[in-house]
Design a protein around this ligand. Structure first.
Ligand SMILES: *[C@@H]1O[C@H](CO)[C@@H](O)[C@H](O)[C@H]1NC(C)=O
Ligand SMILES: *[C@@H]1O[C@H](CO)[C@@H](O)[C@H](O)[C@H]1NC(C)=O
Ligand SMILES: *[C@@H]1O[C@H](CO)[C@@H](O)[C@H](O)[C@H]1NC(C)=O
Ligand SMILES: *[C@@H]1O[C@H](CO)[C@@H](O)[C@H](O)[C@H]1NC(C)=O
Ligand SMILES: *[C@@H]1O[C@H](CO)[C@@H](O)[C@H](O)[C@H]1NC(C)=O
Ligand SMILES: *[C@@H]1O[C@H](CO)[C@@H](O)[C@H](O)[C@H]1NC(C)=O
Length: 329
């Protein structure tokens, strides 16, 4: 009896031992998965600027309240919160300016609408080590590839963008732009690009740009705007437990961004090896959930109320430029 009991006990302990081992492995894996899940935000931080501090100041232990506070701050400071000093106006009578850099390799031009100014600081942090000169032309509200028919000043700036490249003659050029005209609805529902006046204007611009660019023109693809009436409510709604699907749906303004993408992607294809797309959609669109996600799990927004990228958005897209500029040859 005693013997059999002790035998049973031994068996029991063996089982217990196995269970504990399994439990430990399981807990360890869960912990591993959970900590891995946080990695993009915390430890893995690639930048071409040594010891760089994040532009957004977001820390792993922050809460919905911090998100609410910083979202409001980023909207309030907007473009002025992302200025790199030292851009010199060296070309008489022209609004563009340039940063003289210590890199040996290339002359780089960045141009487009306010998204250019929006990006310049992060761009310099990741790309200046490859450049001896980065010239910037940021034309508020006007795209380099097309202008709405009723916007005469933007029509004139189409020529200024050509003038800019002709004067700067960069090795590499980058268009940072948020769509307006390039997302115009098709006239008469005619989706044939060859007869589309916006597309023709874009082709014409590209044909005038590329001869002045020695190596390559990078063009940022379109992505949807945020519903700016709603942006500053996100963190509050998350805190109050509003349904996630509703929050995600309310913040995205879908409108015509697909048309802008269609035209931009077609232009880049037509341009051939001289042009290349930069696309933020994979970073903003969650394939599993099949939706755009314009803020992270803590409620920190990638955009400001003015539909520019926030400092947090800059950190989201930074790895694209850190990799891209390392590879320029
Ligand atoms: C970066 O930090 C390391 C370690 O603290 C330091 O040795 C190095 O000098 C720093 N580099 C720059 C460029 O500040
Ligand atoms: C969050 O982390 C930072 C730095 O790691 C620390 O200074 C701060 O006190 C922490 N805040 C809270 C509320 O734990
Ligand atoms: C200098 O360059 C900045 C940035 O492009 C521009 O906003 C400003 O108007 C320029 N200043 C002059 C005097 O041209
Ligand atoms: C940088 O570019 C600007 C304009 O393209 C030019 O005026 C300036 O002289 C250049 N500087 C250097 C060091 O190449
Ligand atoms: C375009 O197509 C839509 C749906 O097919 C239709 O409602 C609209 O009237 C059309 N517009 C024009 C200008 O033909
Ligand atoms: C994408 O959505 C799924 C389902 O809602 C979610 O579990 C996952 O964390 C999301 N991915 C990212 C990168 O946020």
């Amino acid at each position: 009896m005693l013997l059999s009991e002790s035998k049973n006990f031994r068996w029991f302990f063996k089982l217990l031992n196995i269970s504990i081992t399994i439990l430990v492995i399981t807990l360890f894996s869960i912990n591993f998965i959970l900590t891995r899940g946080d990695v993009p935000q915390e430890t893995v931080y690639t930048s071409n600027t040594p010891n760089l501090t994040r532009l957004d100041g977001v820390l792993p232990n922050m809460t919905y309240d911090d998100a609410d506070r910083l979202n409001a701050y980023w909207t309030q400071t907007d473009l002025n919160g992302l200025i790199e000093p030292g851009c010199m106006n060296r070309t008489n009578g022209k609004v563009w300016c340039d940063f003289e850099e210590k890199g040996n390799d290339f002359k780089i031009a960045i141009f487009g609408n306010s998204l250019t100014f929006n990006h310049h600081k992060m761009f310099l942090q990741e790309c200046r080590h490859r450049a001896y000169n980065v010239t910037m032309y940021s034309e508020c509200g006007c795209e380099p590839l097309a202008a709405l028919p009723d916007e005469d000043h933007c029509k004139r700036h189409l020529l200024d963008f050509v003038d800019f490249l002709e004067s700067v003659k960069p090795d590499y050029a980058f268009i940072f732009t948020r769509f307006f005209a390039t997302g115009s609805p098709f006239e008469n529902n005619n989706t044939d690009l060859e007869t589309d006046s916006t597309y023709k204007e874009m082709i014409n611009q590209i044909h005038q740009f590329t001869p002045h660019i020695k190596k390559k023109l990078y063009i940022l693809d379109a992505f949807p705007r945020t519903n700016s009436q709603y942006t500053l409510e996100v963190a509050k709604d998350l805190k109050n437990g509003r349904k996630l699907e509703e929050i995600y749906r309310e913040i995205v303004q879908v409108d015509t961004y697909k048309l802008a993408r269609f035209r931009t992607e077609s232009i880049v294809k037509k341009c051939g090896s001289k042009c290349e797309l930069i696309d933020y959609e994979p970073l903003l669109f969650n394939q599993t959930a099949n939706r755009f996600e314009f803020f992270d799990s803590k409620g920190f927004l990638y955009f400001t109320g003015a539909n520019h990228l926030s400092a947090h958005g800059m950190e989201l897209v930074r790895p694209i430029f850190s990799e891209l500029c390392n590879k320029l040859s």
